[in-house]
Write a protein that binds this ligand. Structure first.
Ligand SMILES: Nc1ncnc2c1ncn2[C@@H]1O[C@H](COP(=O)(O)OP(=O)(O)OP(=O)(O)O)[C@@H](O)[C@H]1O
Length: 296
């Protein structure tokens, strides 16, 4: 794994909300999570990226205490999640991929019920407002659209004022405006000091929200970095492509593509055929990481 971490393993243990060391999870023959280690500082927003089936949900569920590791060690707020008691559970919030079976209640009823289970809940109406469900407060869950149900899932995850919040693909099914609204909510929670671990397939979401991202493929953590450093510095260098006089396709990475193009024009006496300058996007870099891991 390439490591360009700003708080990977060197922060003081007391500042770490989550410590994962050599974590492994097998389902029979299948290794879903393979020797994964990372640390998340208190107040950090950390995104786990990776293709379908990479092991993100399994990792999150091991941290939530919903699954038991096959190997390795996990601590969330200093506690082994497999042994977390009610006090510990009240300090974490969970938004999982599947909604709870709560269809016959109204949004406000179900949220008020969940709030009553926590020692320091947030105000129910404030939470409804924060997730954009004020107008649906008296609507039964069954009548909500898919995106609205997902907003309710998020509301249920935060109503207990958790110190650590796990969000598994929180904005799947959100329209663009709802996603922006959700981002603002996450920023607010971060400003309040909440530690957040989220998984997402939206790279712009990871880029916008997270202090660091971990990329997981086939159960292994293959990169861990700030978004700006994902894939290493080289991965961001622009690429100039052109067709040489002999018809061969050429490509060269350079920090000064204009200078290279000028020298090509001078050498050929004209603009080379098929000239293009490509600046790798985050998606290019992410896909390269995944493909390299799959080829390895
Ligand atoms: N209970 C289970 N029993 C057997 N295999 C499982 C079980 N849960 C998950 N798996 C397998 O473990 C692997 C990792 O699954 P996981 O749900 O963690 O992936 P993911 O990264 O969250 O994927 P997605 O992006 O599709 O949500 C997959 O191959 C999946 O089929």
């Amino acid at each position: 794994m390439t490591e360009h971490s700003i708080a990977g393993g060197d922060s003081a243990p007391a500042d770490d909300a989550i410590v994962v060391t050599g974590l492994g999870k097998r389902y029979g023959e299948l290794t879903a999570v393979d020797d994964v280690s990372f640390t998340i500082a208190r107040g950090e927003v950390f995104a786990l990226l990776g293709p379908n089936g990479a092991g993100k949900t399994t990792t999150i569920e091991l941290l939530e205490g919903f699954r038991v590791p096959s190997s390795g060690r996990v601590r969330v707020l200093g506690v082994d999640p497999a042994r977390g008691d009610a006090d510990w559970r009240a300090r974490i919030g969970v938004v999982s991929q599947s909604s709870a079976d709560i269809e016959r209640f109204t949004c406000r009823e179900i949220l008020a019920h969940f709030a009553s289970l926590y020692p320091r809940p947030r105000d129910v109406d404030e939470v409804l407002e924060a997730v954009g469900l004020t107008e649906k407060a008296r609507t039964s869950v069954r009548k909500l659209s898919g995106g609205q149900q997902r907003r309710l899932d998020v509301a249920l995850g935060i109503v207990g004022r958790p110190e650590v919040l796990f969000l598994d693909e929180p904005t799947t099914g959100f329209d663009p405006e709802a996603r922006r609204q959700f981002w603002r909510l996450i920023e607010r929670l971060r400003d309040e000091g909440t530690t957040i671990l989220l998984t997402t397939h939206y790279l712009d979401e990871a880029e916008h929200l997270s202090d660091r991202v971990g990329v997981i493929a086939r159960g292994r953590l293959i990169d861990l970095a700030t978004v700006a450093l994902l894939g290493g510095a080289e991965a961001r260098t622009p690429i100039v492509r052109w067709t040489a006089a002999n018809g061969e396709r050429r490509a060269q990475r350079t920090e000064t593509p204009g200078t290279l193009v000028a020298s090509l024009v001078t050498a050929a006496g004209a603009e080379p055929d098929g000239l293009e300058i490509h600046r790798p996007t985050l998606e290019d870099i992410y896909l390269d990481l995944i493909h390299n891991a799959e080829d390895a």
